[in-house]
Ligand binder design. Structure first.
Ligand SMILES: NC(=O)c1ccc[n+]([C@@H]2O[C@H](COP(=O)([O-])OP(=O)(O)OC[C@H]3O[C@@H](n4cnc5c(N)ncnc54)[C@H](OP(=O)(O)O)[C@@H]3O)[C@@H](O)[C@H]2O)c1
Length: 309
């Protein structure tokens, strides 16, 4: 397997109409500060920024604020200019702009920064309308505490409403963060990827490795091929077919499964920015090795076929 080199700035992608440039691969932090992994996280952070990753995704709810706090400690220790994304959780009892601003201020405090580069609404499930949430966001942008606005887990219609309301304030919708990987290609069929293209919104792909499942060795079960297991068995066989295709290409290219899987997502559309989560510096460097090369048309098509629902 080839090792990672430093990411070229020409490879960076843009967070929609915000103009903010980020490395084509970001870093997810939802397992940062879990248990006692702080030292491993510091090492992971350093490896990532040294290799040119400048985009870090956290949320107030990740480990009850500890992910933000640890990311803030990394920023403090290494003093590197990076783009920070965090998220507001619209819990049922959080209905006022005051509560929104309190949550934002608390995130800023934990991160130890004055401005969050990209602030997401974490989920659309709330009594508040999309329009009201975007008005809160616009207010936050006006105070200078938020640089660009994103939504997460929004469907295409909710995205469009968010973009329309933000436009009334002269603010572009920068990103929609949704689950997207070779085992979960819904954004391609539910209209989200299409809306991202049309509105020029980044599709920040979370769980791009399906939580590590894409790289787990799959041993076919004795019951493979029988019809008694129904849907469960179908999922297993689909994964086997996909992993086989990934393995063939990985071997030919001298890449790892994660590198091939991430390269496929990156090639799928220029709006896609995967954010693999890791607490291991070796995995971080391995994932960066998905950059600087491109699957051929035939390789891309073979993976497409193997992973198609
Ligand atoms: N907006 C949302 O609602 C939402 C929801 C879920 C996640 N997210 C964000 O998306 C990020 C990524 O999602 P995720 O972390 O759940 O899933 P993921 O990135 O698909 O997978 C992470 C898992 O894969 C392992 N891994 C990573 N690189 C590897 C490699 N090269 N080889 C072997 N294993 C590897 C990690 O373990 P190691 O730590 O050992 O590397 C971890 O167990 C999160 O961190 C979070 O920031 C957002």
């Amino acid at each position: 397997m080839e090792s990672a080199s430093v990411i070229r700035e020409s490879e960076y992608r843009t967070l929609g109409g915000s103009g903010i440039r980020v490395s084509p691969l970001g870093a997810g932090t939802n397992r940062w500060a879990q248990g006692s992994n702080d030292e491993a996280v510091f090492e992971t952070f350093r490896s990532l920024v040294d290799a040119g990753v400048n985009f870090f995704d956290t949320a107030e709810i990740y480990n009850m604020g500890r992910s933000e706090r640890l990311l803030g400690a990394c920023l403090q220790q290494y003093q590197r200019p990076v783009i920070i994304a965090s998220k507001f959780m619209p819990s049922p009892w959080r209905l006022s702009s005051g509560q929104f601003m309190n949550a934002l201020n608390a995130s800023l405090n934990r991160l130890g920064i004055r401005t969050i580069d990209l602030y997401f609404i974490h989920f659309p499930y709330t009594m508040l309308s999309v329009e009201t949430l975007m008005d809160f966001m616009a207010q936050a942008v006006k105070t200078g505490k938020v640089r660009s606005v994103g939504v997460s887990n929004f469907n295409a219609e909710q995205m469009r409403r968010a973009a329309t309301q933000l436009a009334r304030h002269g603010i572009p919708l920068a990103a929609n963060e949704v689950r997207y990987n070779l085992l979960h290609r819904q954004p391609e069929t539910d209209g989200v990827l299409e809306a991202c293209r049309e509105l020029n919104v980044a599709l920040v792909a979370y769980r791009p490795l399906e939580g590590g499942r894409l790289m787990r060795d799959i041993t076919p079960t004795a019951s493979s091929g029988s019809s008694s297991m129904g849907g469960q068995e179908e999922t297993g066989s689909k994964e086997e077919v996909l992993q086989k295709a990934l393995k063939v290409i990985a071997q030919q290219r001298r890449k790892s499964l994660s590198q091939v899987a991430l390269n496929w997502l990156l090639r799928r559309d220029e709006h896609v920015i995967p954010i693999p989560g890791t607490t291991d510096a070796r995995h971080a460097l391995e994932n960066i090795g998905s950059l600087g090369w491109e699957l051929s048309d035939d390789e891309f098509a073979a993976i497409d076929r193997a992973s198609s629902p």
